[in-house]
Design a protein around this ligand. Structure first.
Ligand SMILES: [Zn+2]
Length: 327
């Protein structure tokens, strides 16, 4: 049985709250007290929209954007969202797609750079990657400047490939700093493509029972990952740290965001700006040189010479992975 099915039960949130009390021991015997102690920043990748099924891109992007922005407003949650401008610069579509990004910016979301075409630093030269950064900021920078308020430029590496050699890592870090970018880390992600690919298909064919099962599985998995990374953060830093969630501008995220944010609130989280999360000392820990793309918690653990057990990290349910690989 896949581990994450443990989290499907209706008593899941009660289990989590019980766990909070255990973690905090004598310092917090009341569940109500633990409810306000945690903080999380939300970040969205691959804007304007991750299309799976071939359809009307602008219409689908519009729908997902409307839903996400409505939920962020309802939960009073700030966010940073990372754009691939190659998906904006499409002949005949550019105005509509820029208008979608504009809606994010007008809602107070900070737009960041995710390279022009979702470039992979592991396979590009330093020069090619720097070119991707420069080409990836044209529209985004203009939209942020139009907001007429100071903003921080953020950059997020696609695939979380931050440099597979010391030379590439150093060069790109220097280039980003020289262009006033801060690299945006994350501590929690949820293998969303495995859920979103079958979800987009189920949505297209109107398979309501499958849609409901996938939404529930995605919510459960996101919470299971959150619980796991909380434990890892405790082991590395001996305390809760402000977490940073990486999610995407896609169908399954838009359709479940309200429930995800409600569940996080129930776990004691309040939503904070990325800058506030990154102001925590934990985020001063250095990244490492690696070909792989794990979360920052894994990178920090390695940097500190620790060897924590990641074998208990939850996997998406097997039936979801099967649907994904059979597509
Ligand atoms: Zn991405």
């Amino acid at each position: 049985m896949p581990r994450s099915t443990t989290f499907v039960s209706a008593s899941a949130s009660a289990l989590f709250l019980a766990a909070v009390v255990v973690v905090h021991g004598g310092r917090s015997t009341l569940v109500a007290q633990s409810r306000t102690t945690r903080a999380i920043a939300l970040t969205f990748d691959d804007l304007p929209y991750v299309a799976i099924e071939s359809g009307d891109y602008s219409r689908d992007a519009e729908r997902v954007t409307t839903q996400i922005l409505r939920v962020l407003r309802a939960h009073d949650a700030p966010a940073v969202a990372f754009v691939n401008e190659a998906k904006v610069r499409v002949q005949g579509e550019m105005d509509a797609r820029v208008a979608i990004l504009e809606r994010w910016a007008d809602s107070g979301v900070v737009l960041g750079n995710h390279t022009y075409s979702h470039a992979d630093l592991n396979v590009l030269t330093i020069d090619q990657y720097e070119e991707e950064i420069i080409r990836g900021e044209v529209v985004t920078r203009r939209l942020m400047e139009r907001q007429n308020k100071p903003y921080q430029l953020y950059f997020r590496h696609p695939f979380t490939h931050t440099g597979d050699t010391a030379e590439k890592k150093q060069a790109v870090e220097g280039f980003l700093a020289a262009h006033n970018y801060k690299v945006a880390p994350f501590t929690i992600e949820n293998s969303v493509y495995i859920f979103n690919v079958p979800y987009a298909t189920a949505r297209r064919s109107g398979d309501d029972p499958l849609i409901r099962r996938l939404l529930q599985a995605y919510l459960d998995y996101t919470l299971a990952e959150t619980a796991f990374e909380e434990t890892i953060a405790q082991e590395i830093f001996g305390r809760d740290i402000p977490q940073i969630l990486l999610i995407h501008s896609n169908d399954i995220t838009a359709d479940s965001l309200d429930k995800i944010l409600m569940a996080l609130e129930q776990r004691g989280y309040r939503f904070i700006a990325l800058a506030e999360a990154m102001a925590d000392d934990a985020y001063r820990t250095q990244d490492i040189v690696t070909k792989a793309g794990p979360t920052w918690l894994w990178r920090w653990m390695k940097n500190k010479g620790m060897n924590l057990n990641f074998r208990d990290e939850p996997d998406p349910p097997a039936w979801v992975s099967d649907l994904y690989s059979k597509r």
